[in-house]
Write a protein that binds this ligand. Structure first.
Ligand code: DX5
Ligand code: ZN
Length: 210
């Protein structure tokens, strides 16, 4: 399983945990960017993101939980960013934003909130690298996984297979040893984890070996 390790939304604690992740086989550092508008919390400033980028030995998998994602792209493009994922819900011209991110040579993902139907994403599946399905309401680590997520993963996977798309499915929020295997069986290709792997780094091995 591809594993994207999420750091905490406080820079100080985040840097400490980031240094630990550097010595593991996690695939990416998942960076949650929050603007205090699309979600209540706020993190990180661009100066903090640059610091995280300098310390990280892994490329960044950036999750923009923000109202105006286009404002962040140019700065992020200067960093070791593998993929930029923005939310479906606040963006008016999705095709335009996809092309803009791609123009920097960066992979594109679209994230959807628990209450958003996956059918909304169908027109974009052939143009993006990943769909990020939220397993919790965006904004905080450590929340309980919403069980409806399983069906969303399964239905989206079916659409991807039927159309021969290469889009991968990443699940973010509330992932642990009670749901990760089932998520994989239902079609998840990648997992984001903060609390489960931070409480015990051995849980990285568990998720990677799924
Ligand atoms: C939630 C964030 C997640 C979060 C995951 O809004 O997008 O990336 O850090 O945290 P856990 O794994 O603790 O649910
Ligand atoms: Zn995230």
């Amino acid at each position: 399983m591809i594993l994207s390790a999420s750091i905490l939304s406080s820079e100080e604690k985040g840097i400490n945990i980031l240094k630990k992740f550097n010595n593991t086989n996690v695939d990416y550092i998942h960076l949650d960017v929050m603007d205090g508008k699309f979600v209540n919390n706020k993190a990180f400033q661009m100066s903090e993101i640059k610091k995280i980028n300098d310390i990280s030995l892994k490329s960044l998998d950036v999750h923009l939980m923000v109202k105006n994602p286009e404002k962040y792209i140019q700065d992020l493009a200067m960093l070791n960013v593998s993929c930029i994922t923005f939310h479906y819900e606040p963006v008016k011209d999705i095709n335009n934003l996809i092309e803009y991110i791609k123009s920097f040579g960066i992979k594109v993902g679209i994230a959807i909130n628990p209450e958003t139907n996956i059918n909304n994403l169908v027109p974009y599946l052939d143009k993006i690298s990943q769909v990020l399905i939220m397993g919790v309401h965006p904004g905080e680590s450590g929340q309980a996984f919403i069980d409806d997520t399983f069906e969303k993963v399964k239905n989206l996977k079916q659409k991807i297979i039927n159309n021969n798309y290469k889009t991968i499915i990443e699940v973010d929020g509330g992932v642990n040893d009670t749901n990760a295997l089932k998520l994989k069986e239902f079609g998840a290709d990648a997992i984001v984890s903060a609390s489960f792997i931070q409480k015990d780094l051995n849980n990285i091995k568990y998720l990677k070996e799924l």
